[in-house]
Every structure is written in structure tokens, then in C-alpha cells.
Write a protein that binds this ligand. Structure first.
Ligand code: PLP
Length: 383
């Protein structure tokens, strides 16, 4: 009997995975899988990168842990590297994407002295109470929500404007919605949101937990839309698989926060920071942002013409493959064929978030396996 409280963690796949390297994963029976899922869009640098393994193990041997009450060199280096990479001014390390959003919401409230948050329909920001309150799909799962949140349709600038007033601390949005199925905003929307928010003295929080740190072929997805947010949250890929995330902000926002107003025991832990430093070095030195872009081009070329594929959208190593039928059974079929893909809250979307190092041959195998799965007629209503 398992002692894991599994039903709190969501749906489970059948295989038990025991090892991985690059874009390959092996299960307990020795079966090989191509990883087009990236472990919930995490491993852009690939699994078990030798430089990353070396950085963590060396740090573990040198100083395995010291909390933020004392400076450690690797924390400062990782913060500088992350700010240089993203173009943000200041960095506060935490342990998960949800926790980064908690920090962002708290700081936005502190910086503005206001309480209301504007968030997007179909947006996802995490499962802790504040982040959950701004998360469309799950917001009522553990009601009452924490704080006042006004939801507006993603991509609707007029609706954002109508929701903004002098009580609003911040607009929180993913630049591109991940869990919703890699949904792009209309041209100029994000820029319009920043302009409208600043007009009423509200901040903009870009939740880049899934879209950032190279996933879309840019350090932040915000850059692709020509904006610099007041606060950006990053997680998932920033530690290359090590549990670490960060709230990044401008100097102006940082200046409003006083010592002791927020804190965390493990945030900025030396091994986590070594993982961030190594991950950013790998992304830059191996040109993985450019490689991520070539993943999109190859997926689009290989999968776009497969009968049953209606659309291929996204950027970098982050792709929604829109099907003419429910994606769940197709994903299960691909898994049986040795290919791991994700799904999304859009039932017709297969979500791909492979490592940028996924080889072209794997993309061809995905295209073949998908063509085979989709050759079977769609079963009406299957999920
Ligand atoms: N924000 C976005 C956009 C996400 O996609 C996720 C996780 O999927 C989170 C926040 C929450 O991150 P975590 O699961 O690390 O708490």
C-alpha cells in the first residue's frame, strides 16, 4: 500500500520512471520514452545535465544549506545572473511558482497600499491560497477565496480597462496562458494592459512561471510582447529541475518592501542557487533559446500536416497541438508508444514542453506516432 496522499496530487500516469538523460526517460521495466512533457514544462536544459549535476553536488559538499539570514556567495551570483538574463532589477528566491506569486501579490499590495487584484479567466497561478484566489479554474475549490479578485477575459483590453480603478493593486496575467493550452494574446494586448494599469497606479505582475526562462525562446515571454512588467515570477525551468522559483521586480517596487515583511526558510538555499546559476549558464553557453525556437519550427513542420491536427501554435519549446478530438486518449496512446506529452484545460490540446535539446528524430517519431493515433476515427465525447 502506498502512503502517498496521491489523490491530492492529480491524475497519475501508469509507468514508474526511474532515470532520465537529456530528452529521454526510462521506466522501471527498462522501457524508453521521449519526453515531450518536460515534467510539467520544467526541464528545458534536459534531464541530468552533467554541468548541472556537478554544480549541485559540488555545492552540496561545500555548503549544503544556509538560510537567507546569512549571505552566501552563490545566492548573490545566481540573483545577478537571473536579473541580467531577464532584465529585471531585483530578485527574491522562493521554492515554487505558487510561492513566487504569493510574494508578488503581497509586494504589489504593499507597494500600492491597495487590495484588489485583476486576473484573467482561464489563467493559472498556483495552488496556495493567494495564488489560488487568482486562478480561474480552481478559485472556488477551497472557497472563500483570499482577497478580492476581478476576473476578465484574457486578451480583452476593454474588459481590463473596465476592471481597473483606484482600488486595484495589480493586474496578474501569464503573457501566454500555459495550462489553458498555450493561448497567445492578441497583438498589442499586453502593452495595452501595462499602459492601462499604470494609468490608475496599479502594477503589472507577469506570471512567467511556465512561459519564462527560455521556454518561448526568450528570457521572458514579456520581452516578445515588448513589455517589462513591474513584477515577474519565474519557476519551473529556472532551476533546471531543482525546486526553486523567484519573484523578480523593478527597483521602484523593491524600494517599497521593508526588512521582515516577507520571508522563507528554504528560499535562496545554496543548492537551489547553484542549480539556477548552472541552468542559466547552460541556456546561454549552449544557445538553448535559439534551439528552443528550432523545436517549434520542426514540430510545426512535422505535425502541422498530420490528418486530425487542426492547428499548431506556440513558440520555442512550448507548443499546443490542437486536435479535432479529445486529446486525453491520444496522449495515453502516445504514452503507450513511448512518447510523453501533456494535455491542458482545453480538451482538444496536446501540450508539448520538451527540453530544447530534443532531437529532430524524436520529433519525427512523435509525428509518426500521432499520425497512427489519429488514424483511428474520433470517438465522440471521449475524454
Ligand atoms: N504559474 C503558472 C503559469 C504555472 O503554470 C504554474 C504551474 O503549473 C504555477 C504558477 C505554479 O507553480 P508551482 O506548481 O511550482 O507552484
Amino acid at each position: 500500500m502506498s502512503h502517498l496522499l496521491d489523490n491530492l496530487g492529480g491524475a497519475k500516469w501508469e509507468p514508474t520512471f526511474i532515470s532520465g538523460e537529456g530528452a529521454l526517460v526510462w521506466d522501471v521495466g527498462g522501457r524508453t520514452y521521449w519526453d515531450f512533457y518536460g515534467g510539467h514544462a520544467v526541464t528545458l536544459i534536459g534531464l541530468g545535465h552533467p554541468r548541472w549535476v556537478h554544480a549541485i553536488t559540488e555545492q552540496a559538499a561545500e555548503l549544503s544549506f544556509f538560510t537567507a539570514v546569512g549571505d552566501v556567495p552563490v545566492r548573490g551570483r545566481a540573483a545577478t545572473k537571473l536579473c541580467d538574463f531577464t532584465g529585471m532589477d531585483r530578485c527574491f528566491f522562493v521554492n515554487s511558482g505558487a510561492e513566487a506569486n504569493e510574494a508578488a501579490l503581497k509586494v504589489a499590495r504593499k507597494a500600492t497600499g491597495r487590495g484588489t487584484i485583476v486576473a484573467m479567466e482561464n489563467g493559472f497561478h498556483g495552488r496556495t491560497m493567494g495564488a489560488l484566489g487568482a486562478t480561474w479554474k480552481y478559485r472556488n475549490q477551497h472557497a472563500p477565496a483570499h482577497g478580492e479578485v476581478r476576473f476578465v477575459p484574457f486578451g480583452d483590453l476593454e474588459a481590463v480597462r473596465a476592471a481597473l480603478d483606484a482600488t486595484v493593486a495589480a493586474v496578474i496575467t501569464e503573457p501566454v496562458q500555459g495550462m489553458a493550452g498555450v493561448v497567445m494574446p492578441p497583438d498589442g494586448w499586453l502593452e495595452g494592459v501595462v499602459h492601462a494599469a499604470h494609468e490608475v497606479g496599479a502594477l503589472v505582475i507577469a506570471d512567467e512561471v511556465q512561459s519564462g526562462i527560455g521556454r518561448m525562446g526568450a528570457p521572458l515571454a514579456s520581452h516578445l510582447f515588448g513589455i517589462t512588467p513591474d513584477i515577474a515570477t519565474v519557476g519551473k525551468g529556472v532551476g533546471g529541475g531543482f525546486p526553486v522559483a523567484a519573484m523578480l521586480c523593478t527597483d521602484a517596487v523593491a524600494a517599497t518592501v521593508l526588512p521582515g515583511e516577507h520571508g522563507t526558510t528554504f528560499g535562496g538555499a545554496p543548492m537551489a542557487c547553484a542549480a539556477v546559476e548552472a541552468t542559466l549558464d547552460i541556456l546561454v553557453d549552449q544557445d538553448l533559446l535559439v534551439k528552443a525556437d528550432s523545436v517549434f519550427a520542426e514540430v510545426e513542420a512535422q505535425l502541422g500536416s498530420v490528418p486530425g491536427v487542426v492547428d499548431v501554435r506556440g513558440a520555442g519549446a512550448w507548443v499546443a497541438v490542437v486536435l479535432d478530438r479529445p486529446a486525453g486518449p491520444v496522449a495515453a496512446g502516445l504514452r503507450r508508444a513511448g512518447i510523453l506529452v501533456g494535455t491542458s484545460t482545453d480538451p482538444a490540446v496536446l501540450r508539448l514542453a520538451p527540453p530544447a535539446v530534443v532531437p529532430v528524430v524524436a520529433i519525427r517519431m512523435l509525428a509518426d506516432a500521432l499520425a497512427y493515433e489519429l488514424a483511428a476515427p474520433a470517438i465522440e465525447g471521449a475524454a
